[in-house]
Design a protein around this ligand. Structure first.
Ligand code: ASP
Length: 582
């Protein structure tokens, strides 16, 4: 037996017991006649003491050779500590060592294995296994485990069956590029790694599984974006004989359960908002509703004077920043510069100070009088002491810019509290989205999403207006997941592919199997998927997902520890009949 207890276990009631411990040397303090060692494992730290007078001589000698991160096993007697450490769960006791074996020596680690390490990001990634020994990383992995288990238990209790779907498949379009895997046995042919198990879970519904879920890896070869991983994990679900309402209810339940179980946060309000409303009120389809600052549309009260910029704008829209009237001229100028940065892209910003005495001072006093400004205050919900910020221009762009400003101001004002949770369903997404590059409509969610009843006809006349039975779960301004009610008949699915620009042959070649299946009694069905990595990070009160993944890729999509991606042997290439022509 390697150990009788772990390093977080010993308490005062163990005093006088003989125990065996194993673990890593966190640090040693050598006073010559006495040596203290902090012994660490996943469960905690126990202090060991080697004492010239009480510890055998050879053990004492060996103890002097211990270095950081050596792996050792010790046996000894639990004794009361002279100076107790109330900050450590094991702080009342120490182990007076009688036997010591060095199980493995260790090179000096490239960074300190402490909660606050001196290791930079790159170094920590290269030696991720050492990083995982540190509490902050270890605890995040354990936290992730708790979330996964809670998800599995909840869904299983609700009758969902976890079914594994294959990783070597044919492409499923979810808006990204596929990672492909050459097939040795089928020369010149490739598998694709799933961007999601979408078609398989639909086939499971045709197969009568009724309620499916899977905690599953998905792969998307997307352009590099901060905090995206080429492989990520989804909680993927599908249900048969359901309407949108049924799905929202089940996953609202799951979300509430997770918040309560894992972070002890009880949700009373679980609002729903249409996509149109989210865009109009927050300029964003994943609004953070932990704070107000809702948009006020000002066309009606701002386009009646000689101010050309507003008069020519499709939309004039503003928000009230609480307490912002106290901003100095310099601070306001900095804010104007902020919205003019290329990342935001506004041409300028009009502002109104709503003074504590009820008067207004604006950057457009030449054009608007106090009554006009009072109306703007009413529309944006501004109170004395606030600063009203207005942007104008083309509707979508202007909303996006004001949304960026709203988030920036909320961050500055400390309104985005990591221990507060505000989930929200955004529903009634458009079915299609215009793509500037290809100059055509694409499925906003994916091509298997059904239009709302009776809207299929609109496809020919006003495609941009067609709404889908599609929904997203938003948490604290992050899209946690989304899904839809699916098309479940061949004819509609085939029409949808036509509409999206697939030729009959392409649709048949890529999705013939799905449309065939629809001819053998496909039940009405729908589902969704949550991004587990992001969900876990947000529940853990963090913005970045990387630390919640045991072995993440860096921002360039590389695993710097194993050095992947990498070249493969000539022999391997030959076997696969592949040629690199670089
Ligand atoms: N497959 C979709 C996705 O990965 C989720 C769904 O529609 O169920 O976003």
């Amino acid at each position: 037996m390697y150990r009788t207890h772990n390093n977080g276990a010993l308490r005062a009631n163990h005093i006088n017991e003989t125990v065996t411990l194993a673990g890593w040397v966190q640090k040693t303090r050598d006073k010559g006649f006495m040596i203290w060692v902090d012994l660490r494992d996943r469960y905690g730290i126990t202090q060991l003491i080697f004492d010239e007078e009480r510890t055998p001589k050879d053990v004492m000698e060996r103890a002097k050779t211990l270095g950081r991160e050596f792996v050792i096993q010790v046996t000894g007697n639990v004794i009361e500590r002279e100076s107790k450490n109330p900050k450590m769960p094991t702080g009342d006791v120490e182990l007076l060592v009688e036997e010591l074996s060095i199980l493995n020596e260790a090179k000096t680690p490239p960074f300190t294995i402490e909660d606050a390490t001196d290791g930079g990001e790159d170094l920590r990634m290269k030696y991720r296994y050492l990083d995982i020994r540190r509490n902050p990383v270890k605890e995040k992995l354990i936290f992730r485990h708790k979330v996964s288990i809670a998800v599995r238990n909840y869904l299983s209790e609700k009758g969902f069956i976890e079914v594994e779907t294959p990783y070597l498949i044919k492409s499923t379009p979810e808006g990204a590029r596929d990672f492909v895997v050459p097939s040795r046995m089928n020369e010149g042919q490739f598998y694709a790694l799933p961007q999601s198990p979408q078609t398989f879970k639909q086939l499971l519904m045709v197969g009568g599984m009724d309620k499916y879920f899977q905690i599953v890896k998905c792969f998307r070869d997307e352009d590099l974006r901060a905090d995206r991983q080429p492989e990520f994990t989804q909680i993927d679900c599908e249900m048969a004989f359901v309407e949108q309402e049924d799905i929202l209810n089940v996953f609202e339940g799951l979300t509430k359960h997770l918040l309560k179980e894992v972070v002890g946060f009880e949700i009373e309000n679980f609002p729903r908002m249409t996509y149109d409303e989210a865009m109009a009120k927050y300029g964003n389809d994943k609004p953070d509703i932990r704070f107000g600052m809702e948009f006020g549309e000002l066309n009606a009260v701002a386009q009646h004077k000689d101010f050309k910029i507003f008069n020519e704008a499709e939309l004039v829209v503003g928000i009230a920043m609480p307490g912002g009237a106290a901003y100095t001229r310099k601070e306001i100028d900095a804010l104007v510069d902020w919205v003019k940065r290329p990342q935001v892209g506004a041409l300028g910003m009009v502002y109104v100070k709503y003074n504590e005495d009820g008067s207004f001072k604006s950057s457009v006093d030449k054009f608007y009088d106090q009554d006009d400004l009072a109306q703007w205050a009413a529309v944006t919900g501004a109170k004395p002491g606030d600063l009203i910020c207005l942007l104008s221009g083309e509707t979508f762009k202007t909303r996006t810019q004001l949304s960026a400003l709203r988030m920036e101001l909320a961050n500055r004002l400390g309104l985005r509290k990591s221990d507060e949770f505000a989930p929200l369903w955004v529903v009634d997404f458009p079915l299609l989205e215009w793509d500037e590059e290809t100059e055509r409509y694409h499925a906003m969610h994916h091509p298997f999403t059904s239009p709302k009843p009776g809207q299929m006809e609109l496809l020919d006349t006003n495609p941009g207006d067609v709404k889908a039975n599609a929904y997203d779960l938003v948490l604290n301004g992050n899209e946690i997941g989304g899904g839809s009610i699916r098309i479940h008949d061949k004819e509609t699915q085939s029409k949808m592919f036509d509409y999206l620009g697939f030729t009959k042959e392409e649709a048949q070649a890529q999705f013939g199997f799905l449309m065939d299946a629809f001819q053998y009694g496909a039940p009405p069905h729908g589902g969704l998927a949550f991004g587990l990595d992001r969900l876990v990070a947000i529940l853990g009160g963090q913005e970045t997902i990387r630390d919640f993944i045991a072995f993440p890729k860096n921002n360039a999509g590389r695993d710097v520890m194993i050095d992947a991606p990498a070249k493969i042997d000539e022999d391997q290439l030959k076997e696969l009949n592949l040629k690199i022509t670089l």
